[in-house]
Design a protein around this ligand. Sequence first.
Ligand code: SF4
Ligand code: SF4
Length: 419
Amino acid sequence: MADYREMWKSLNVDLEKHDQLCEILPELYSATYMEQENRPEGMNYFNFVVSEVHGLRIQELEDAKKEGKKVVGTFCVFVPDEIILATNSIGVGLCAGSQFWVPGGEKVLPKNLCPLIKAFTGALVDRTCPYFLACDMVVGETTCDGKKKAWEIIGERKPIHVMDLPQMKREKDFKMWANEIKLFIEKMEEFTGNKVTVENLKKSIDICNRKRQALKRLYDLRKHRPAPISGLDSLLISQIAFYDEPERFIAKVNELCDELEERIKTLKDTGKKRILITGTPMALPNWKLHYIIENLNAEVVAEESCTGTRYFENLVSDKGETLDDLVTNLANRYLNINCACFTPNEGRVEDVLRYVKEYDVDGVIDFGLSFCHTYSIESNKLQEELKKENVPVIRIETDYGNEDSGQIKTRIEAFLEIM
Ligand code: SF4
Ligand code: SF4
């Protein structure tokens, strides 16, 4: 990686602490990813993105800012990227998936909180995430209680706009969400000085839809037995989707899919068990569960999560002649995402049952980050419904530490044996 220290310094990164992170990440990546056999050539681009994750991409953001663009950080798949793009701004996902950031978060948050929230808060408090520091504004949302209260702490350090997400999906909730999107448009217009128009919103809908289609194409290829790409590699691509320049990302994912289509023609079944993971998101660089599973006789073929299907399923319609029409289309697509923050959330069970068939799944792992109450409470119902359909299922709850990796491996080994 080139020398980016001056850039990091100008962003007020704590260079000493950040150096420690720069030592951990390449080692972790190499041990997790580079040991895999027979990886597609197309993964070279994503290797490069990881090698430059705090370098080149941050440089691109800084260059764009010099040209007058704003960088906006988000933490949830409910925040519509289309609005950010339509105001000529750049969106970046700020969810964090490493134990490295957790102690920083625990300085200002209780220990008994989901590691994802502690990690992204710690990344800001300790000034070790250049993405966070490069953001001109961040957008929170009223999903789980932990996030809702974390915005108050984040707001002391960064300009923040919080979107009020309804907790139910009645007709009035769709209207309310459409109104929230309108308020977000007003906020972005005021912040950037750029107007959202029917024309530029249709253009950004098109970009986001093509990104979704590229990811859907990748996931559809994973339906093949055996999958032409590992779950680890697919997860990485889903994680990078939140950071990368959208047009370049779309092109690279489609190039990779061309290669995978060729691969499928010669692949022979290896007898590996096919696993669907459902549950809480796995933010970069949380590769723990996939790594454990794929070092056993199994492959992860899909993720029903926000770093998976929830990110790309369903397109936004571009039909309509007015801004109101397009906002309604956005509200309809986004509010149909099935997150456990909603009550009830029956759609998620339906999605999981459908994916079990579509991806020819042998067993489901219900993954939950520690202290994530909404997904944890939903687990019993989900497991019951899967058992009714004779689908093997196991619940794994964990955090970003590695202390329980041996225990998780033993449980998954036993799980694979009963399939
Ligand atoms: S799990 Fe729910 S709250 Fe978390 S990122 Fe996904 S949609 Fe948002
Ligand atoms: S994993 Fe659960 S507790 Fe953590 S941020 Fe997402 S919804 Fe909230």
